[in-house]
Ligand binder design. Structure first.
Ligand code: ZN
Length: 283
């Protein structure tokens, strides 16, 4: 069900994959991320048009991961993202690679959507930037800013008038993908978000909340790092760390189950995180 915040921010958290948002402005709709499944992208397109009577002006991708960008083609060609994310989006044009990635996270849905993937038009973004970009939408100042940590092209989207932040996967309510992570930079980004003047926090995955969500996520990072370093001191291998980990269950099981991520995928992310944390601590 579409949720409304500050009268003009619409968020859907229940599609499979990432959260999607829409800001209604004087100059049209600004979308943040797109649904993973093509049928959800079509549903989203008709819902936001019904709710607002407006057309899409721009779509912002908070990173290039498939679950945030696959529905782009259904929504608009006016895509804005970080310049590194744009390269990642082009890479998804390699359909074999794309299928392989989807198989890892959502093994049960791949067969169903394979024809859609074959027909999927991966649009290269219209506007890219490196550090910061401001969209003046008349009654909405939307600030896009690169934030290090989750991926080399992750951005934060801030709607100044409504003190709302769309964090992308920098903040989630589930165990995150660590495949491209820079752990200490990610922690630093969370610290910076905690200093911002914000009221509404729309995470990359999971329910919408306030600043407490960012605090909880920072706490998860802290616990994860402490656990991995403690395991290292005790001489555990990466495989043994996953077995013994308590932090792997930091997020409520029902949330994880709703998203449908297999435990094996979460285990892989834990191992990647452990390797990254240990490598960074030796530098
Ligand atoms: Zn991501």
């Amino acid at each position: 069900m579409v949720q409304t915040y500050k009268k003009r921010i619409f968020v859907e958290t229940e599609y499979m994959g990432a959260n999607v948002s829409c800001i209604s402005t004087k100059k049209g709709l600004v979308l943040i991320d797109s649904p993973f499944l093509p049928r959800d992208a079509e549903d989203w397109a008709s819902r936001i048009r019904e709710l607002t009577g407006q057309d899409i002006a721009y779509l912002i991708n908070t990173d290039h991961h498939f679950d945030h960008v696959m529905g782009n083609a259904v929504l608009t060609e006016n895509v804005i993202c970080h310049s590194t994310a744009a390269k990642g989006i082009s890479f998804l044009g390699n359909k074999q690679a794309l299928k392989q990635i989807i198989r890892g996270a959502f093994p049960d849905v791949l067969a169903d959507i394979e024809p859609d993937i074959d027909n999927l038009d991966i649009v290269s973004p219209l506007i890219t930037f490196e550090k910061r970009l401001t969209l003046d939408m008349g009654d909405a100042t939307i600030i896009l800013e690169f934030v290090a940590g989750h991926s080399p092209g992750t951005i934060l989207v801030y709607l100044a008038e409504d003190r709302a932040v769309f964090t992308g996967d920098t903040v989630e309510a589930q165990f995150p993908y660590f495949g491209q992570a820079h752990f200490s930079a990610w922690k630093e980004t969370l610290r910076k978000i905690l200093l911002m003047d914000i009221e509404v926090v729309v995470p990359g995955h999971g329910p919408v909340g306030g600043k407490e969500m960012v605090e909880k996520y920072a706490c998860f990072f802290q616990n994860l790092e402490e656990e991995v370093k403690d395991f290292e001191l005790k001489g555990l291998t990466i495989e043994e760390m996953v077995e013994k980990s308590g932090v792997i269950n930091f997020f409520p099981k029902d949330e994880v189950a709703r998203e449908g991520l297999p435990q094996s995928w979460i285990g892989e992310q834990y191992k990647t995180a452990a390797r990254v944390i240990l490598a960074e601590s030796k530098n």
